[in-house]
Design a protein around this ligand. Sequence first.
Ligand code: ATP
Ligand code: MG
Length: 265
Amino acid sequence: MNSTLSIAVLSGKGGVGKTNITLNLAYALHQAGFRTLLMDCDLGLANLDVLLGITPQQNLQDTLLGEARVEDVLCQIAPGLDVLPAASGVPEMNDMHPELRELLLARLKPVLGRYDYVFMDMGAGISETVQAFAALAALRIVVITPEPTSLTDSYALIKVLNSRYGVQDFKVLVNQATSAREAQNSFDKLYGACHHFLQLKPELLGHIRMDKHLPEAVCRQKPLLLYAPGSQAAQDLQSLASRLQKARQGMLDWLGKRDVLQEER
Ligand SMILES: Nc1ncnc2c1ncn2[C@@H]1O[C@H](COP(=O)(O)OP(=O)(O)OP(=O)(O)O)[C@@H](O)[C@H]1O
Ligand SMILES: [Mg+2]
């Protein structure tokens, strides 16, 4: 029976913090004893490897366009924490042909079930690949910042996923917030638009404070949780990881009835 929780991390606007959030949430859950996979699904401009300071020999594209097996491409970062790296600068991957996507899914499926959590770090925006993977995940985290452009772009992302794939469940994470109140205000605006125009009720997962340690960690190519575990943003990420643990616990029955990656309708 499936017990893997797949999570797509999305955003309308680029550069809002998806890759760092994905990496650190995966790290936190790994530290809590869960088997965790980090998939770099930013297939056009991958950079999980850069944030980790690793140089993968092979990547996801090699399993699609070449001979490599998914097992050969996996990079073990620590026991129980693996990364599936992607190549950068392969534009055709960003608007992946449906046939290629099916092939990728078929190759991934036997591997994904080994993990408690599978995180998919998506590229920004609403490419076909983003839409397809977001619709397949069991849970979607839409990352926003308090900037108005981030709000309008994330609304557009939610709208297209809802109208094209019938997706209704969205969790919202406000990054680079200066306070809990600012985060709540940003969320309220997005919620208001989603509720009014789409009759959807996205949920606020939480927020991460603006923290200078985060760009420092990026420059050192280390996850924030390793570089500055006591920092404000690291504390926020830890409490978000606990929330994801509770969410998975509550979803186990439902997860048991579906595949790791499966569309709802
Ligand atoms: N909470 C934060 N506090 C301070 N700076 C942050 C925070 N979150 C993200 N940043 C900054 O934003 C930059 C971009 O982050 P990241 O690469 O994770 O974004 P992204 O959404 O994955 O971008 P892309 O859309 O290009 O994939 C980081 O390098 C960091 O400097
Ligand atoms: Mg990114």
